[in-house]
Ligand binder design. Sequence first.
Ligand code: 13P
Length: 288
Amino acid sequence: MALVNAKEMLTKAKEGHYAVGQFNINNLEWTKAILLTAQELNSPVILGVSEGAGKYMCGYKTVVGMVNGMLEELNITVPVALHLDHGSYEGAKACIEAGFSSIMFDGSHYPIEENVEKTKELVAICNEKGLSIEAEVGSIGGEEDGVIGAGECADPKECKMIADLGVTMLAAGIGNIHGKYPENWQGLNFDVLDAVQQLTGKMPLVLHGGTGIPADMIKKAINLGVSKINVNTECQLAFAAATREYIEAGKDQQGKGFDPRKLLAPGFEAIKATVKEKMELFGSIGKA
Ligand code: 13P
């Protein structure tokens, strides 16, 4: 099945009270692991690409070529969206050109008026080309690929203003942060989430920083309108731990254990297991 935009899968998720996972990709192994898991579990999925990861993988055209090739050659039939994560204005335009099916424009660091103007322009382009678009209000804390946010809570009225521009999905900061959560983290702010959902109605809400949020908070967030949850760091940690174990056990020095197809296999399986665990928690299994 060809790439789809994220609108239909997220509308269904919001109505059905579950969330679709966005899993960020870094290379071929990542992409293949996520796609195969989604197919095995009959779950819709969103592949996230940060600007840094896009650059690392040679550029957006390479990413589009790799993903489209896999959809065909792995016989992937579940809905898959290829989504720019935390896109700049220029990055969003480049991904639209390259063949992504969905973009995020992160204008959260602009004054709200400028965020509105730029979002409006990108909404018009995405509508014309049939892409879905995510906007953000209230920056997500922590650091991801050089994009640093303070972890503020969004102003629900600003969320409503951006939602009314016709975006497909809205990321609202509710105390969530990228990367590992610190010991003294206060947790998600459900009052803010509730207020945002009350004002934005059917709009699918996006929860960034999905790594390390306790299961009960994830479930509560889904009940309050979150339909897309982004996970990046957790797959990286799982991949690194499995690779470390392989090397520390000296397996790369046994026989042909140095062959990348063997060396990277435990990390690949670890990503698959992490994605499976998240899809179970988010409730997206069997919803393709
Ligand atoms: P984590 O790296 O904390 O899982 O966050 C992912 C994310 O929000 C991508 O935008």
